[in-house]
Ligand binder design. Structure first.
Ligand code: SF4
Ligand code: SF4
Length: 340
């Protein structure tokens, strides 16, 4: 069961929710595009329907709302450390099914990977609720169906945006406001995209051989990838970070420890003490990312890391396609199996 609202009533609903929640949705960020005076779609706070961008995929994922690009973990002074407070106003994020599945991967990494949960992730994440944007078409580069990420189940409400109206199904009673109570009741169950234009065939986990690992395909990426890291920063499932200790005084031991997003494609990511670099070659970095997203994560957690949002294909300045890379790898492995 759900309700149907006019855009005007939907704005009233957002206003009611805004007293308790900060609401984020895909939005055109003016002047923040790659080039001067260009725009980009990212996640920002919204207060009305008109601000929500539904016609194009967001360039950035919603992860930075609760996993900041740069975060001070604590301030230190001599032998004392203090963890800064955070804004505890609850958050609602409007996101598509692929991103909700991607956030489940982030939860796995930060909350279910070993014996300890990540305190800093958890304390932000527990204030977040999701309204799933119904997505039945997908976009040009999406391959969520191949990655089993076209359907999401974990959300507090589902929303269908139609010409002139918005249908909402609330799962969480805390999202039921006066506007919802007074609105027209309708039968609304969200539909999901069933087929993408882009399809990938994922190599069977465990079938990745030494030959495919050492295949010349990876050399192709050595020549093409410029290690800009855009594919990492736009990916909903990339979770890696680096630590920085910032000393604020020459004379005193005073400063802060920060964590800052990092990515497996970026220079410095695998630098070690003594000057050793594990993956200096950009093709090796592409191989590492590929294996992690569609093989290694699965071995540990039983589902693939990549959710097929296609953002890495959209943002790469060298037109490197991750979906094509997966298909090429699969073909190599299949040929090995048939010939061997
Ligand atoms: S690897 Fe690419 S397609 Fe997969 S989740 Fe990350 S950005 Fe999306
Ligand atoms: S976005 Fe493209 S060029 Fe940049 S690091 Fe990723 S694969 Fe390499």
């Amino acid at each position: 069961m759900g309700v149907k609202l006019s855009y005007k009533d939907f704005d009233c609903y957002l206003k009611e929710l805004s007293s308790k929640y900060k609401i984020y949705a895909p939005k055109v960020l003016e002047g923040k595009g790659k080039f001067a005076e260009t725009n980009v779609i990212g996640y920002e706070q919204i207060t009305s329907f008109n601000e929500i961008q539904l016609d194009e995929k967001s360039y950035f994922s919603p992860k930075e709302i609760f996993y900041p690009i740069r975060e001070t973990l604590f301030y230190f002074k001599d032998n004392e450390a203090e963890v800064p407070d955070i804004d505890v106003k609850p958050i609602i994020i409007l996101a598509r099914p692929c991103d909700l599945n991607g956030i489940r991967r982030l939860d796995t990494i930060f909350l279910k990977n070993g014996f300890n949960v990540d305190y800093y992730y958890k304390r932000r994440r527990e204030f977040v609720k999701f309204m799933m944007i119904e997505c039945t078409e997908g976009f040009e580069s999406c391959f969520c169906v191949s990655m089993n990420s076209n359907i999401a189940k974990d959300y507090e409400a589902a929303i269908r945006f139609e010409e002139g109206s918005v249908s909402i199904k609330t799962v969480d009673d805390e999202l039921i406001t006066e506007t919802i109570v007074l609105s027209e009741k309708v039968v609304f169950e969200p539909e999901f995209v069933r087929e993408n234009k882009v399809k990938v065939s994922i190599p069977e986990v465990g079938k990745v051989t030494k030959e495919s690992f050492n295949h010349k395909i990876w050399m192709e990426y050595t020549g093409r990838c410029i290690a800009c890291g855009r594919c990492n920063t736009s990916c909903i499932t990339c979770s890696c970070y680096s630590m920085q200790d910032v000393k604020l005084s020459e004379d005193q031991l005073i400063g802060e420890r920060r964590r800052v997003w990092a990515g497996c494609h970026v220079d410095g990511f695998t630098d070690m003490a003594g000057g050793h670099i594990c993956r200096a070659d950009n093709g090796e970095r592409m191989r590492f990312k590929t294996m992690h997203k569609i093989n290694d994560f699965y071995k540990r957690f039983g589902e693939h890391m990549c959710v097929g949002c296609g953002r890495c294909d959209d943002v790469c300045p060298e037109y490197i396609s991750f979906s094509k890379c997966i298909n090429k790898l699969n073909q190599i492995i299949e040929e090995e199996n048939t010939s061997g």
